[in-house]
Design a protein around this ligand. Structure first.
Ligand code: TNX
Length: 766
């Protein structure tokens, strides 16, 4: 029978006509896709054929028949002699690897081949993307085509923080379904953090009895939530029972999704301390946190107390029993080591183990846990802070503070997963902030996610293979509802899926931007909340050689930009943007996008430009600028653009070092007034510099001080912009130097005593 089928298919394919101008909207885009004329219809008479001794094919057949039934009511039979068939086959084709597949659709039937079940399931996901997303009366028609497909990276991850806000098992399954539909294969489940312990551990019931519940302040913004008072009832929270977890793990496995649990340590565990205070340095009881207010809270395990390791090994034993994943995530991020500095046991441990500082103590902690995991045949993965004080011998590093940690680890021969805040943090804004729900900050649009390249150019080809892939992270401090979660994830998850699956040479933003519309239809059909895309106009100031111009761009498909410089909102009749525009005087640039004959979005994008004598001047920095907060490049301080409270957009940032910026005005000019604009944002460790010194020079060698301003701003101010300024009797000079002195976070702050950030937006000269 198989031979007969094969012959029929060969004849059929020989007769098929290639159709070049037709396509299907599969995301991620397959490695190769050839369309033919004609189509195949799945009906009551279609059967699924497979070798019934191959149980993995039987499981896959169930996956497909369940999916088809749910969208049409049609029940496909298995292995019956019907005229139209969907054939599933295991093969051995080197190119396809463990997860690839070949899919051939002709008018007569479908053949789906793969080396392993994962590939068969992925072929089915491609089929399902060509059909309605929910139950309709529509015919199930698939165009004739041939697809060869396999992934670029092996780690195609999505993360979800269920501690800051809890999402029940059904939401988790829906999340896994979405991931699986885009062929993503690692679900990083952030089960533990300061504000909630979410996994049942039978030996330590208080972890969930106490640690999973907090006083409900969800109506207040995360940072504005007060700490709980004794007697207030903890009513918000939840956790997953071990039974629920097992079920979710199986559900994910059926879709080729591995769940990597994160058992956070040694920091970010105030929830565990609320349950078992004996495991922190002070051993003082505390109530579960309600939000981002950490004042006087312990959130670290004690690194000097052996009972802590016994506790963690017992917890991990139960975790390992549940999760078959090769990797176990142990967190390791943002450990506030102050408690260790004051703790006798920790200090004793440092003496006994010859550790020179608290970074090495953290490294000791992580290495000890790695040894335990290796003894259980598992691999440890942690956030990039596990590099500090010495990396554990076999650790895999998840690089989140930019790409530097990942690059360093890969150069040392360690595996890494790339998940830099920009653009892999899906808790940042994607289309606003105007018109978007309140987010933690930042701006990662669909296109910036799509354009991400997981292999940093700093890595040689020899080291590139240490990059296992990339992952989108979804921290939920600001996401209190499922609808909000959906909005933050969709459609950025789809863009990232194409980054990690599709060959680099096949990626094409315009094509993705078209194909995403089919996904929007599917989201609508399923009642999922999603972002329709970024209709803001991006401004790119170019400040150079005394001139300032602005380039504008839009992510809207076939969108046209219109703009004004007189403060009016642009209309259909406003000037159309074709090439970079020159800014010659103080102005408000407003721009909107027109698509399909209408202005898209609710408000125009708007930018103030302040003219001064420093505009367009080249700036030299004595100390390096943070690559993460670069604004629009080295001349951001002379581009006429003032920042706003949104971190990262137009701010130039310095950490630990003084900001020392020297401006060359290109010729001698008479000046009498210099200002430096700075931001304070308490929550984000951004404080005013200690002091700002202004200097001028004729020759760029000998500088003379013309002003010095000591920081007048109260360190407890939550957020404000302040201009440090000096006025002096007019001087004829060519160079201006501004020195902003590094500061530290104030007492009572999470980072008390640690270097704070200096954020500056403009050096204004008159
Ligand atoms: C940093 S990313 C954290 C999280 C926060 C997140 C907010 C990381 C390893 N740690 O605890 O939720 O920023 O964006």
């Amino acid at each position: 029978m198989y031979l007969r089928n094969l012959i029929t298919f060969l004849i059929l394919f020989a007769c098929l006509k290639v159709v070049a101008n037709q396509s299907v909207d599969i995301i991620p885009k397959p490695v190769s896709l050839q369309m033919y004329s004609g189509s195949f219809e799945i009906t009551e008479k279609t059967s699924i054929q497979f070798n019934s001794r191959q149980t993995e094919l039987e499981q896959a057949a169930h996956f497909l028949s369940d999916a088809i039934e749910s969208i049409s009511g049609i029940q496909l039979s298995f292995n019956e002699e019907t005229e139209h068939q969907i054939q599933l086959k295991l093969t051995s084709a080197n190119m396809l690897g463990d997860e690839g597949y070949n899919l051939n659709v002709s008018a007569d039937g479908i053949v789906l081949e793969a080396n392993a079940k994962a590939g068969v399931i992925y072929g089915m996901q491609s089929i399902l993307q060509m059909l309605p997303a929910v139950r309709t009366n529509a015919k199930l028609i698939i165009p004739c085509l041939a697809i060869e497909d396999y992934p670029r990276f092996k780690w195609r991850g999505m993360h979800l923080d269920v501690s800051r806000h809890f999402f029940g098992p059904d939401v988790i399954k829906q999340y896994i379904d979405l991931m699986a539909s885009y062929k993503m294969n690692v679900f990083h489940w952030h089960l533990i953090d300061d504000q909630g312990w979410r996994i049942e551990i039978k030996q330590y019931p208080k972890l969930t009895d106490v640690g999973a519940w907090r006083v409900d302040y969800n109506h207040l913004v995360w940072d504005k939530r007060p700490q709980a008072k004794p007697g207030e009832e903890p009513t918000y929270g939840g956790y997953y029972t071990q039974e629920q977890i097992k079920e979710i793990i199986n559900y994910a496995a059926e879709r080729n999704v591995t769940i990597v649990p994160e058992i956070e340590m040694p920091g970010h565990i105030a929830s565990a301390i609320a349950a078992y205070p004996e495991y922190c340095c002070t051993q003082k009881p505390q109530l579960p946190l309600t939000g981002g207010n950490y004042t006087n809270m312990s959130s670290n395990y004690c690194a000097g107390n052996d009972a802590v390791f016994t506790f963690l090994e017992n917890v991990l034993n139960e975790v390992l029993e549940l999760f078959p994943s090769e990797y176990i995530h142990i967190g390791g991020d943002e450990v506030n080591k102050n408690s260790w500095k004051k703790c006798e046991l920790c200090q004793q441990r440092m003496k006994d183990e010859n550790l020179k500082d608290e970074n090495e103590l953290q490294s000791y902690f992580i290495k000890r846990i790695e040894k335990f995991l290796i003894s259980k045949n598992r691999k440890m993965i942690g956030w990039d802070e596990i590099l500090e004080g010495g990396l554990a011998p076999e650790a895999t590093v998840m690089s989140w503070r930019g790409e530097a940690g990942g690059i360093e680890a890969a150069k040392m021969g360690h595996d890494v997963v790339m998940t830099p805040g920009k653009p892999c943090y899906f808790d940042h804004y994607q289309a606003g902030p105007t018109g978007e729900p309140l987010a933690i900050g930042g701006f990662n649009t669909l296109k910036t996610v799509y354009d991400y390249e997981p292999i940093p150019h700093e890595l040689s080809t020899d080291n590139a293979h240490f990059v296992l892939g990339a992952q989108g992270n979804v921290w939920t401090e600001y996401m209190t509802t499922v609808e909000h979660l959906e909005y933050m994830v969709l459609p950025r998850m789809a863009a990232l899926a194409e980054v990690v699956w599709t060959p680099k040479s096949n990626k094409d933003w315009d094509s993705f931007n078209k194909r995403i519309n089919s996904q929007f239809n599917a989201y609508e059909q399923k009642g999922l909340n999603f972002c329709r895309g970024n209709a803001t106009v991006a401004f790119k100031p170019i400040s150079h050689a005394g001139n300032l111009s602005v380039e504008m761009s839009t992510e809207v498909l076939d969108g046209e930009i219109v703009y004004t410089l007189d403060g009016q909102d642009p209309t259909l009749k406003s000037k159309a943007y074709n090439e970079a525009i020159k800014i010659n005087s103080t102005a408000v640039l407003k721009a909107s996008v027109i698509a399909n004959g209408v202005v898209v979005g609710t408000e125009p994008s708007s930018q103030n430009f302040v003219m001064h004598k420093g505009i367009g001047c080249d700036v030299l920095y004595t100390n390096p600028v943070s690559t993460y907060y670069l604004a629009d490049g080295p001349n951001s301080l002379t581009d006429g653009i003032r920042g706003n409270g949104t971190v990262g957009k137009f701010w130039h940032a310095f950490n630990e070092n003084d900001l020392v910026a020297t401006l060359d005005m290109g010729e001698i000019k008479s000046i009498s007034d210099i200002k430096l604009g700075c931001l304070q944002k308490y929550r984000d460790w951004i404080f005013m510099p200690k002091e700002v010194v202004f200097e001028v020079s004729v020759d760029g060698k000998k500088f003379k001080e013309v002003g010095r301003v000591v920081n007048p701003i109260d360190a407890n101010e939550a957020e404000l912009v302040y201009d440090f300024k000096t006025f002096f009797k007019a001087k004829k000079v060519r160079y201006v130097r501004v020195i902003a002195k590094a500061n530290v976070c104030p007492p009572g702050h999470n980072g008390a005593g640690k270097p704070s950030w200096i954020f500056a937006d403009e050096i204004m000269i008159k």
